[in-house]
Design a protein around this ligand. Structure first.
Ligand SMILES: CC(=O)[C@@H](O)[C@H](O)COP(=O)(O)O
Ligand SMILES: NCC(=O)COP(=O)(O)O
Length: 248
């Protein structure tokens, strides 16, 4: 079965937040993504709410419940008490726990599973008691040892951090090396019964090599590259609409 696509709405929210206006609508673009066949929506609310606002979450939950009951809602973030409360209030299908410092510009590494084992186990237990699937953000080279520790937390899946792979967009040989590193960690996870998600800087161009090396990838979550595509391929239609408006 091909990997499911969860559309990350962070970049849409960041555009919206440039003005005190309700567009582009995070929920509206989420609706279009799901109408177009995406399997789910991802948000990564950060403590400063620089893109996704906490108030976006109930609207997105309601969109899925009311219009797309088969779709999944994935909430990502660092499990502070505030984050865990936010998650429980919005009942996502999946939570992806990410070891982000609040000051970080974006996610750039996976968990140190050995160091954070007890902390992660407690968080995973709390979330699974609410029947939420838990995925843990993992370094590309987490390998056997990391995956073994991740499994011991009770998590259901890992999410491979694909940033270093995405950074090889102009160097196919290095991209192939990175895909192999990701593939070995995915193999270790699958061997232990863990599901494998992937995300960060994935694009139309770099997805094919990844899914060939990790054929049992359960889900990819994509925001930046997909939003860039939406702008590029939607630009012509938008210009036509505005030209018509100028003529009327
Ligand atoms: C967890 C992860 O990989 C990130 O890609 C994240 O969801 C993106 O966050 P920003 O949109 O804040 O860069
Ligand atoms: N979980 C990773 C994710 O959502 C990726 O976001 P982006 O790097 O594609 O913006």
């Amino acid at each position: 079965m091909p990997a499911k696509l969860s559309v990350n709405l962070n970049a849409v929210a960041m555009l919206r937040n440039r003005r005190d206006l309700p567009w582009p609508s995070v929920t509206g673009l989420g609706r279009i993504a799901l109408q177009s066949g995406a399997h789910g929506l991802t948000v990564h609310p950060r403590p400063d709410q620089r893109h996704i606002r906490f108030s976006d979450l109930p609207e997105l939950r309601a969109l899925i419940d009311d219009e797309f009951p088969d779709a999944e809602f994935n909430i990502e973030g660092y499990p502070t008490p505030e984050f865990l409360d936010l998650v429980e209030a919005n009942e996502p299908n999946q939570v992806t726990l990410v070891p982000d410092h609040p000051a970080q510009a974006t996610s750039d590494h996976g968990w140190d599973f050995a160091l954070q084992a007890n902390f992660l186990r407690d968080c995973v237990q709390r979330l699974k008691a609410r029947r939420i699937r838990v995925s843990l953000f993992a370094d590309p080279d987490a390998g056997d040892a990391g995956v073994e520790q991740a499994m011991r937390t009770g998590a259901d899946r890992i999410e491979l951090y694909t940033g270093p792979y995405g950074a090889c967009h102009d160097d196919p040989a290095r991209a192939a090396e990175q895909a192999e590193i990701l593939g070995r960690t995915a193999d270790a996870a699958v061997a232990r019964g863990l599901g494998v998600n992937a995300g960060h800087d994935l694009t139309v161009d770099n997805l094919p090599m990844l899914v060939r090396r990790v054929p049992n990838l359960a889900e990819v979550s994509i925001g930046h590259g997909l939003t860039a595509d939406a702008l590029e391929y939607g630009m012509a239609g938008a210009v036509h609409r505005f030209l018509r408006a100028c003529e009327s």
